[in-house]
Design a protein around this ligand. Structure first.
Ligand code: SAM
Length: 214
């Protein structure tokens, strides 16, 4: 078996074990593959992992940057609903924002999810935190820039996930790949965090904020 057929066999097998199962998600996956006006969503494998992680740490206060039309927002929304928490998701594009609001409503998650139309950095600066879980999937140039504010507002024991962080080795254009590499280097050099990169999709950098020593 070649490495390529081995990884697609594993991917096919894993599909059956990937929660969550909100019926709106299947339509959104289809839309993300067929439409040219939306950027790819996190994908089903990452969705299963992120859902599990939010449940594992029992995250209640959650923030997401980059809702697009709501795929990852619904995945995280399902997890915070189960945890008795709340998700705020920030999306800059008006058209994406409107669709995300509609899709979250159709998914039955409006009571657990608020979507803010605006720039992730600007809107996050207005929030006080602390947050249990932070998901970064917005403008790639913002990833390194927002680290300081994110770590500050992440509670000790909280988790931060950034999508697409293997853009450099997978050969994505420099404009997106270079900030991803800068993000990883800053994150791994931050003594407040312990981090790992999970090779799901184009890479997920997962960081855990250590308890303060003082
Ligand atoms: C990769 S898509 C997000 C996909 C989504 N997380 C999912 O998995 O379904 C990136 C999104 O970030 C949004 N975005 C870009 N710049 C942004 C910014 N400065 N603030 C907030 N959102 C931004 C884009 O409009 C786009 O919808």
């Amino acid at each position: 078996m070649t490495n390529t057929s081995k990884s697609s066999a594993i991917e096919g097998y894993l599909k059956q074990f990937n929660p969550p199962s909100n019926p709106v998600l299947a339509r959104l996956v289809k839309e993300h593959t067929e439409r040219t006006d939306v950027i790819p969503c996190i994908g089903e494998e990452a969705a299963g992992f992120i859902y599990w992680l939010v449940r594992l740490i029992k995250a209640k206060e959650v923030v997401e940057f980059g809702s697009c039309i709501g795929y990852s927002t619904i995945v995280i929304g399902e997890a915070v609903k189960a945890n008795g928490g709340h998700l705020t998701s920030i999306e800059i594009a008006k058209n994406h924002y409107r669709e995300a609001v509609r899709n979250v409503r159709e998914a039955g998650l409006s009571d657990y999810v608020s979507i803010v139309n605006g720039d992730a950095k600007v809107e996050f600066e207005k929030m006080s935190g602390p947050f249990d879980f932070i998901m970064q999937d917005s403008l790639k140039a913002l990833y390194p820039v927002m680290i300081g504010d994110c770590v500050e507002k992440l509670r000790a024991g909280g988790v931060m996930v950034a999508d697409d962080t293997l853009f450099l080795p997978v050969g994505k254009p420099e404009k997106m790949a270079v900030p991803m590499d800068a993000y990883n280097k800053l994150i791994f050099g931050d003594s407040r965090l312990t981090s790992t990169i999970v090779p799901i999709g184009d890479g997920l950098t997962v960081s855990f904020k250590c308890e303060s020593k003082s």
